[in-house]
Design a protein around this ligand. Sequence first.
Ligand SMILES: [Zn+2]
Length: 368
Amino acid sequence: MEDIAPDLLLRIRASFQKRMEESSQIQSLLERIQSGGGTYGDAQNYAYQIGQALSQALGENLSSAVLPDGRMYYNIASRVLEPLLEEDHSIVSQAAKLVQQSLNQKAGIGIQAQTVPVNADRIAGIVDKISNGESFEDVAWVLDEPIKNFSMNVVDETIRQNVNFQGKSGLRPKVIRKSERKCCPWCSNLAGEYEYPDVPDDVYRRHENCRCTVEYDPGSGKRQNVHTKKWTTDGQRDMIEERKQIGLTSTDIFRPKDYQITIGAYVKLNSLELLEKAKAGKRHSHAGVYRDAVGKSKKQLQKSIISRTAQIERHADKIQNPESYVPDWKEKSSAYQEGLIRKWEKDMRRNAEQAEIELAVFEEMYGI
Ligand SMILES: [Zn+2]
């Protein structure tokens, strides 16, 4: 028997390409998304159109007449549908990533847009369904709405991935689900605004024929310090920078209280406890930092506190703008990114503890 799969794939792919190129809706959505002005609503619409183009390309080339025994055998279905659905995924995923990237940029969020891997389970499900019919005509419906749904799901999952990733790194993004009029009671009930981590899984789900929109919102776009639960704002950073400049140029107006406030904005510490442990020489207590601090001159102590505070700020900036410090940050895996952010947070905390001890020594010796 002649193997028709390779030729079918070629013809469907050519038709899919042509439909995408000739669709003014697809092209104008793509233009908006590429120019940085796209929303997730646009990406969802784009995904729907891409899914529709694929669905039509399949419909145009597949029928009982061209298939052996008038049915879609598994080995044809898998070799034709898998690569095409993967292609759909990659086209839509790229657009969703661009949308997220521009939203991050607008919110001043220095976190790279995340993408999702292709959903092999869903592809397997579609291939199974289409190859389960006695005749192709019985199962042809699988190539319509389920394909569009597959395509739109890529966008929904991209939102989920980005919201969770940003949430884990201290941001509080939101998801806004809007129900398309007359969608269904389930969707009406689900419509609303949700803030990470209180986003139910269903918010990212889409039943067949559902055209509801799911939008990402950066929230305040500010990172919540995991220790202090305080927001770090740009304004606050500017003030800190100014204080640091004053501190560095003239030690005469060095005010320990200012540095405590600065450090406290980033890391919450129990300075009394830190100092007591260091004095007692407890393990992991920065006892060495305490001994050194006591032996330092006033000027040396001020310098050390200023320098440690600058370190804290540098780490805070790294956490907020990792791509400015790590080449190819966006190419790194999520595990790598999260690991490095955790390391910076640890370094920031260590510097803060050491600065607090020096500040305590400074206070004891020279007053506030
Ligand atoms: Zn709906």
